[in-house]
Write a protein that binds this ligand. Structure first.
Ligand code: ZN
Length: 133
């Protein structure tokens, strides 16, 4: 795996949290994007080489809504940049990790992504992402 590409933070409202993070990071939100397959709206900030991704649910039954209900707002996942996502998925499968999607799928920010089950990663949801060419 390469660098930490971004850190995902679950928030109740982008309208509230985007200005908050702009103040915190002293850096403007450079992109917002709806990811319909995940039922989320996302907002991105660049902090050095790493991005911050805020996630707001568009569905009261969606994964982000469920997460916030259980744990409250906060750190949701860590995403690692990978060069060859299918190869990395196969490597992790062989190491006994459980993938939440069996094939890489389109994610936000022009990426192909795959998530690992947090039960096998000390409770941390891990995302692999590869820039789409
Ligand atoms: Zn992410």
């Amino acid at each position: 795996m390469q660098k930490v590409e971004h850190i995902g933070i679950a928030v109740k409202s982008l309208a509230v949290s985007v200005p908050l993070f702009e103040k915190l990071l002293n850096s403007p939100c450079y992109k917002t994007e709806q990811v319909t397959s995940e039922n989320v709206n996302t907002a991105f900030f660049q902090t050095g080489e790493t991005k911050i991704e805020l996630l707001e649910s568009t569905d009261p039954e969606g994964v982000i809504s469920t997460f916030i209900e259980k744990k409250g707002e906060g750190l949701h996942h860590i995403a690692f940049d990978v060069k060859d996502i299918e190869a990395e998925m196969e490597r992790l499968r062989q190491q006994g990790f459980v993938l939440l999607n069996e094939t890489a799928k389109p994610g936000a920010d022009n990426k192909m992504v795959c998530f690992l089950h947090p039960r096998h990663t000390n409770g941390v949801l891990i995302e692999l992402c590869q820039e789409r060419s």
